[in-house]
Design a protein around this ligand. Structure first.
Ligand SMILES: [Mg+2]
Length: 333
């Protein structure tokens, strides 16, 4: 089902993964796709928008109900009560950084970064979780005092580390995928004007704009069969075939791995998009397993974001401004 949505399940492969090594000696250097999705620039609001939020409180039947116009302070209480045993995890694009037309130009505003540094001083664990590479995420946010989970969580750059570490299982497959790309890059394929894109753990074959698209597609069909025969996963996009590792890579798996072994009472995760729903789900699972007592899923609402990010959230905040307000509330008092 999800592959039919406009955001590219292409960014969200699924399966098993292993945990990270506990040291930072190896460095997984990979190229990763841009964060999901490349959305067009938000139209400016016709009138100034005041950041607002709503809170869902548990109801008697175990479900949640929305309480509109309440400040998130009450929902943040489990974190504020004992910051030394709480984690704050944040998506970047559309959550900390306003969405811009060219993803490469997205930046976290100075005010947000300063607030984030304050949050990092107070809370036990603070991390950003992105579809971008971890090093790119850190450059965007602009502080080395927090951790970064890149490539939807498959890559980890802890606070103070100089280089990111790729999940060892993904790294193993990434090498096989690079090999597959090298072998596929034949004169025949070039004649068809198929364009190869090395995304590190993923290799993509684009045939948009090929002089004979049918011939190019036929050549790519052969590649897809070969990829499947060797145990790799194939994903078809719009005039593109992606060959991917048959392992699970998503923000949920990433944060579960990141938090494994951490002794925490409360975890907050904030995000605005489909890929953040995996993180919401993972927090729910950790709570069900009683690994964490309090989870706070913060949905960042926007015009283009999926309704599910609001539906499945415990708190809803209005865009990056709302996130800023929430970060202030985390360090207030
Ligand atoms: Mg986002």
């Amino acid at each position: 089902m999800i592959e039919m949505t406009k955001i590219a399940a292409s960014e969200v492969p699924v399966a098993l993964r292993s945990s990270y090594p506990s040291h930072s000696t190896s460095s997984g250097t990979i190229n990763v796709p841009p964060p999901t999705p490349n959305r067009p620039l938000n139209r400016p609001a016709a009138v100034p928008v005041t950041a607002s939020s709503s809170v869902r409180l548990p109801s008697t039947n175990g479900h949640t109900r929305a309480v509109m116009s309440a400040l998130p302070t009450e929902a943040l209480a489990p974190l504020r009560a004992n910051p030394g045993r709480a984690a704050v995890l944040l998506d970047i694009d559309g959550t900390l950084a306003p969405i811009v037309e060219h993803a490469a130009e997205a930046r976290v505003p100075d005010g947000t970064r300063n607030l984030l540094i304050e949050v990092a001083r107070r809370y036990a664990v603070v991390a950003c979780v992105s579809g971008r590479r971890a090093s790119e995420a850190r450059a965007m946010v602009g502080t080395g005092t927090i951790s970064y989970l890149g490539f939807h969580g498959a890559e980890l750059l802890r606070a103070g580390w100089t280089e990111a570490v790729l999940d060892p299982e993904v790294e193993e497959w990434a090498q096989r995928i690079r090999e597959f790309g090298r072998e596929a890059d034949t004169a025949d394929l070039r004649r068809c004007r198929v364009r190869l894109e090395d995304k590190g753990a993923i290799v993509a074959f684009h045939w948009r704009g090929a002089p004979d698209e049918d011939a190019a597609r036929a050549a790519i069909d052969v590649l897809a069969q070969r990829a499947q025969a060797t145990g790799l996963r194939t994903h078809w996009g719009r005039k593109v075939l992606e060959v991917r590792p048959p392992v699970r890579i998503d923000k949920g798996a990433g944060i579960a791995s990141f938090l494994a072994g951490a002794d925490l009472d409360a975890v907050l995760y904030a995000g605005d998009d489909f890929t953040d729903l995996d993180a919401f789900r993972a927090l729910g699972e950790l709570q069900a397993e009683r690994a964490i007592v309090h989870v706070v899923r913060v949905g960042v609402s926007s015009e283009e974001g999926p309704p599910a990010i609001v539906d499945q959230a415990d708190i809803v905040v209005d865009g990056t401004e709302g996130v800023l307000q929430m970060l202030s509330a985390l360090v207030a008092g």
